[in-house]
Design a protein around this ligand. Structure first.
Ligand code: DGL
Length: 270
């Protein structure tokens, strides 16, 4: 028996598209519904209660599309809201923090991992908690990089300003002799080249999106929720809370494919 209901994927903005891209690759038969909360971004500087309230509204919106599972493609929402919403809802969820922690713990050779993320994710301490639940001897060094999110939303992936900002943020981590760095915000993989140049080739960059997509595949199989094989790519749907045109142009560039449309949703109604 196959299940043709869609899967919800959400983030504060365009960052979650880096997860969407991997999900499309790993579960190509699944129809996806993306929501980017472009009107209320950034999440990373907001309180736990505010982010939880936003996440609850988005889940209610996605459920109007009869989603069978939800990918929280935002580290801040994964850190602040996932544990609560998965208790409240009757469908399975997967976030990005746990998969990222798992990959990094397996990748480090010298037991020194850096995490770059939003202020909220770093404050939550969740990456450190998950890594320590795997191996308590690993040292974890967190650094919030709040300016990375607006730089990505502006499309300044490899710009002299971005390089300068990266150099200031990452300098502190360089002194900690980490050999692994988690890109702990879904916007940051779009700055991968700049971050890699700054950290040098001895540091392995971990993008939690790959493991998250694998985790989603396993979760669908475990719950008997897989869609049937298809000849053509399913018709994915995109929604935002503001500035749909801008999002569409960005999404087409990140996903490297033509998308039909993006609609604006008044998310405060949910
Ligand atoms: N992309 C989001 C994350 O992974 C948050 C960016 C923001 O809204 O601050 O945390």
């Amino acid at each position: 028996m196959s299940d043709e209901r869609p899967i919800g994927v959400f983030d504060s903005g365009v960052g979650g598209l880096t997860v969407f891209r991997e999900v499309m690759r790993r579960v190509p038969n699944e129809k996806l519904i993306y929501f980017g909360d472009t009107a209320r971004l950034p999440y990373g500087t907001k309180s736990r209660d505010t982010v939880l309230g936003f996440a609850r509204q988005i889940v209610r919106f996605l459920k109007t599309h009869d989603v069978k599972a939800i990918v929280v493609a935002c580290n801040t929402a994964s850190a602040y809201a996932l544990d609560v919403i998965e208790q409240e809802e009757d469908i399975p969820f997967i976030g990005v923090v746990k998969p990222g922690a798992k990959v990094a713990a397996a990748a480090t050779k010298n037991g020194r991992i850096g995490v770059i993320a939003t202020t909220g994710t770093i404050k939550s301490g969740l990456y450190t908690d998950y890594i320590h639940s795997i191996d308590g001897s690993i040292k974890v060094f967190g650094k919030d990089c709040p300016l990375f999110v607006p730089l990505v939303e502006e499309g300044w992936f490899h710009d002299s300003v971005t390089k300068e900002v990266a150099s200031r943020y990452l300098n502190e981590l360089k002194g900690e002799f980490i050999d692994t760095l988690i890109l702990g915000c879904t916007h940051y993989p779009l700055l991968r080249r700049t971050i890699a140049e700054e950290m040098g080739e001895d540091v392995t960059l971990v993008n939690p999106a790959y493991e998250t997509a694998l985790g989603l595949k396993a979760m669908l199989a475990e719950h008997g929720l897989e869609a049937a094989p298809k000849e053509q790519r399913p018709h994915h749907e995109f929604y935002v809370s503001d500035a749909a045109e801008r999002f569409l142009t960005f999404a087409q560039a990140v996903l490297a494919c033509e998308l039909d449309s993006t609609a604006v949703v008044d998310i405060e109604r949910y």
